[in-house]
Ligand binder design. Sequence first.
Ligand code: ATP
Ligand code: MG
Length: 427
Amino acid sequence: MIKKPKGTYDVYGDYGQKYIFLENMLKVLMDKYNYQYIRTPIFEATEVFVRGIGEETDIVNKETYTFQDRGERSMTLRPEGTAAIARAYIENKLENSFYAPLKTWYYGPMFRYERPQSGRFREFYQFGVEVIKGESPLIDAEVISIPVNFFKILGLKGVKVKINTLGDHESRKNYQTALIEYLEKNKNNLSKESKIRLTKNPLRVLDSKEEVDQPIIKDAPKMSDYLTENSQLHYQELKQYLNKLEIEYYEDVKLVRGLDYYTHTVFEIEADIKGFGSQNVLCGGGRYDGLISLLDGPETKGVGFAMGMERLITALDFEEINILENNLEVYIIPLSSNQLKEAYRLANDLRMNGFNVDIDLMERNLKNNFKYSEKLKAKIIIIVGEEELKNHELTVKLNQSKEEFKVNQDYIISFLEEKLGELDVEV
Ligand code: ATP
Ligand code: MG
């Protein structure tokens, strides 16, 4: 038997229904904020990610799927959305569009060669937004509010918003110098991993989960002491906006995030649910004022976040939040093969009139059809028999109450509308 690649999964059944439900919800949510859909290719020139994300990041160092195409160009399956969207912004000269800021959202598969485990896949789906242009901390607050509101709408309670600031370029440079000096002094006590990070990406040492690093990290210089006045102000204003929106947050000075391009605000939302496991970051993002110029574009600021759909579904399952919809309204049973054509025409008519309709395509007997309609959770059953057709009637059965009606075919649509309306009210 041929098997799926390690770290990937097939989507079908209830899981598939949950996915589609969330996708639809996200589209509706993005309309509320007036964001536009954006889509970039699944693969890009490797350079987009090497330069965009940073050569010394985990993603680029060890997680990319990179290959040579038949024209011997180095291509990479996208590991994240932001760098590619920055590339598209520059290439399509979107700075000339009248939108300011340009508010975009995306959704699709990302690829990272990681060790597969719960909440960590090699192909996974991200929903995210990028807001390009604009430096107001109000934009940072809006971006944070999107997943917060989304979780609220879903009824997901166990979430924890963590924020931090990395300051502007100058703050970050000053801090980095101080941090390197401090870490160099304590180098001998650092873990092997952190020693490597120290030379390649020193901020990431703060991110270390290694036990031996913890006391060193605890006494390390604090970013907050190196922020320029402008950076302090940006951070303070962000917090004021979050307070105004009544978004509860925790400041975490150790939050640095893995990518090189962040400036000012960084944030993560964790699943704060007992037993959830260590892959508990549902989404993360921040401000990336340097990214577009890094990719040879015009000096342009931006803010965004990305959310992992798999972890979100796991969180919903943990909190037993049911997002499975029961959408089938009508199930049609032809009593014998003689009524098949008429019954199918009825199914087609009802579908074209807006109803969700299924019909027996296997010529089951009546008893098996009733059983099947139970499993499908059809709200209403319509029986089409010889007698019915002769009288220009249909037998309609309500699944819940088991009430039965004879309905003139000419009035079936208004009858169904009325009965389904009553069922909706009861729920
Ligand atoms: P982590 O620290 O868990 O590796 P990250 O910092 O690499 O996360 P981002 O690049 O910020 O993650 O991606 C945003 C979100 O995408 C994460 O918060 C997570 O929900 C999801 N995500 C990232 N990598 C994976 C993966 N391999 N499998 C499933 N979801 C993922
Ligand atoms: Mg990662």
